[in-house]
Write a protein that binds this ligand. Structure first.
Ligand code: ZN
Length: 254
């Protein structure tokens, strides 16, 4: 009865049309694989005599990506979780995130979490469980900050499965290359480089159950310029926004 009355009133008063906007990432499942964790620190650098590690910074960035995806209506599963850190940390300028070994595989498997190939399969198992009942689009994103190279190599690299470039990789690359906020994070390159060894074989290889899978190297711990970037929470937020804007562009495709 109310609807009929409201409709009749609107016909008389000419109410403004109410736009029903769909969440930008509705129906999208993103499996985020933070590059390292637990006993595996990943790469490290030295700032004022202190060791600064990769895993804490890529995990923090992963949480920022997660929160932005969820805000836009998407679903996220992390392959690695830290029960002691559920939110991103805005460390003070000039400081960094301190190393902890609490990260573990999300769900069962591989305790403690170690580097090398031993825990990579457990990460893929997280993805297998996650996609089981999902009916929409799915993408796998590994996040790292230890691009292969010397201290002159800086900027973002997007690594794709050998011989195939998923559209989602193109759309995220577009954001890093074109969007003003993203361009500030250094040069962008695109590569299916074979030198990524273990990661390509396991994380980007055919054992991964998700067809659209990419690995993003947000920078290089060996390069002083990048080591400065990753320590800044605003930059980590920027990285996350660039990734998520790329996902939104990809999601809008039919
Ligand atoms: Zn790494």
């Amino acid at each position: 009865m109310f609807i009929i009355i409201a409709a009749a009133a609107c016909a008389v008063l000419s109410c403004p049309s109410v736009a029903i906007t769909k969440a930008k990432l509705a129906g999208v499942l993103v499996v985020i694989d933070p590059g390292h964790g637990g006993l595996d620190d990943g790469a490290s650098g030295v700032v004022n005599g202190n060791r600064v590690v990769e895993d804490e910074h890529v995990y923090d960035t992963a949480l920022r990506v997660r929160d932005m995806i969820v805000r836009d209506g998407g679903k996220v599963v992390l392959t690695i979780v830290d029960p002691r850190q559920s939110r991103p940390i805005n460390n003070p300028a000039g400081k960094w995130l301190t190393d902890g070994n609490d990260e573990q595989i999300n769900g069962r498997g591989c305790k403690p979490l170690k580097g090398g190939s031993s825990c990579l399969r457990s990460r893929l198992d997280v993805a297998k469980r996650a996609i089981k009942d999902h009916r929409g689009k799915v993408v796998w994103i590994s996040i790292h900050f230890d691009v292969v190279g010397n201290d002159k190599v800086t900027g973002v690299r997007i690594i794709t499965p050998e011989g195939r470039t998923p559209q989602v990789a193109e759309d995220i690359r577009y954001m890093f290359a074109k969007a003003k906020r993203c361009r500030a994070h250094g040069p962008i390159a695109f590569s299916g480089d074979k030198r990524y060894g273990l990661r390509r074989l396991y994380v980007l290889g055919s054992r991964n159950p998700i067809r659209d899978r990419i690995l993003i190297e947000l920078g290089n711990f060996k390069a002083p310029e990048d080591l400065w970037r990753i320590r800044d929470p605003k930059v980590r937020d920027g990285y996350a926004a660039c990734i998520v804007n790329g996902l939104i562009k990809w999601s809008a495709r039919s």
